[in-house]
Design a protein around this ligand. Structure first.
Ligand SMILES: NC(=O)c1ccc[n+]([C@@H]2O[C@H](COP(=O)([O-])OP(=O)(O)OC[C@H]3O[C@@H](n4cnc5c(N)ncnc54)[C@H](OP(=O)(O)O)[C@@H]3O)[C@@H](O)[C@H]2O)c1
Length: 212
């Protein structure tokens, strides 16, 4: 797939772009196309572009910008029409020395969907630290994906599976982004309070007799 990393010059964007570049054609989107090209130079087969250029070129786009920059997505609505768009964005704020979830209600992914009425918006990768993607091969983990339609999840799931050791799990409609995004401050606290290093999710399962 041809995938745009919008904000791909940042820490998370570069890390995911490198992993995705094994099996996908990556376009790094930046406010400064020269910065995008510089970042792309370090990623196999990648190209750099403006946000608009990357959005136009891609079949699927991943937003890895700070929440405060998400409003700029509205200008990309036409270029992203008919495409799957993934939000990895967490609205976080620092309060009393701790990163807290920054919204009273809703989620960044739902706000993004409101700005991109012609796109199929999903959320994924939110609570996984970039550190996991900076390793040559990430550890085995589950990536929670929320999207209105299961078909959108299937597309995002293929992208997730193009990174070794990742299992996409469908979390249900986009409103589940409210839960998934709020997991980020929880995971950060768990890691800090228990001195574990960065944590990620891996669910274990058991089946009862007769369960398919
Ligand atoms: N870092 C992680 O471990 C991690 C994990 C999961 C999710 N996330 C989420 O991913 C998003 C990016 O995080 P990050 O750590 O990669 O941040 P970052 O290193 O600061 O990079 C963000 C990128 O966004 C772009 N950007 C566009 N508008 C901006 C603005 N007004 N101010 C600052 N940057 C702007 C910048 O690229 P240009 O200037 O080139 O356009 C910048 O390189 C956040 O929403 C975060 O919650 C991060």
């Amino acid at each position: 797939m041809k995938v745009a990393l919008l904000g791909g010059t940042g820490r998370m964007g570069r890390a995911i772009a490198r992993q995705l570049s094994r099996d996908n054609e990556v376009v790094i989107g930046s406010r400064d196309p020269a910065r995008a090209s510089e970042a792309a130079r370090l990623i196999h087969g990648a190209a750099g572009a403006s946000y608009l250029g990357a959005s136009e070129a891609a079949e699927i786009a991943v937003f890895v910008v700070p929440y405060k920059a998400l409003g700029g997505a509205a200008e990309l609505a036409a270029a992203l029409t008919g495409k799957v768009v993934v939000s990895a964005v967490n609205p976080l704020r620092l309060e009393a020395g701790r990163l807290q979830y920054g919204l009273e209600e809703g989620s960044a992914a739902e706000e993004l969907a409101g700005m991109l009425p012609g796109s199929r918006v999903a959320t994924a990768f939110n609570h996984v630290s970039s550190l996991f993607f900076e390793k040559d091969e990430p550890v085995a983990m589950d990536i929670l994906v929320a999207a209105e339609a299961r078909e959108t999840f299937e597309v995002v799931g293929r992208l997730v599976k193009s990174i070794p050791n990742l299992r996409p799990l469908y979390a249900g409609p986009l409103s589940q982004a409210r839960v998934i995004e709020r997991m980020t401050p929880l995971v950060l606290s768990l890691s800090k309070l228990n001195n574990t290093g960065s944590l990620t999710t891996k669910f274990v399962s058991v089946r009862d007799k007769g369960q398919a």
